[in-house]
Write a protein that binds this ligand. Structure first.
Ligand code: F3S
Ligand code: F3S
Length: 109
């Protein structure tokens, strides 16, 4: 299952004081939702492959610890999504289609 590109319509944004918005539902540590808006990563699909961190030319992603998550205990957070240049490399290289990038979606407001 790939990330839902219509998550803004289909999910509810949860107030969060982290670096990016979180789109629920969440039920930590097993269910963590979608993180980011312009660059969105479905934490419940990400299995910490790492290709997005290695390949992004402007270092949008950083690792975060997610102990207890069934897929992986590390996730790629789009911490610097405001730096994204829409090259779409991350979308292409993620082996489980956990990432969606849309230049029309604003980042954290
Ligand atoms: Fe980086 Fe992906 Fe944007 S590779 S520049 S976050 S489209
Ligand atoms: Fe995760 Fe895909 Fe990146 S599995 S670490 S979002 S390449």
């Amino acid at each position: 299952m790939a990330i839902d590109p219509n998550f803004e319509k289909n999910r509810e944004r949860i107030d969060d004081d982290g670096p990016v918005a979180v789109w629920g539902p969440i039920d930590p540590p097993e269910k963590l939702g979608i993180h980011g808006t312009h660059v969105a990563v479905d934490f419940d699909i990400c299995l910490a492959d790492g290709a997005c961190l290695e390949d992004c030319p402007v270092d949008v992603f950083t690792w975060v610890d997610t102990p207890g998550h069934p897929e992986s205990e590390l996730k790629a957070q789009p911490t610097h999504e405001d730096q994204c240049i829409d090259c779409m490399l991350c979308v292409d290289v993620c082996p489980v289609d956990a990432i969606d990038v849309d230049p029309g979606r604003a980042g954290r407001i």
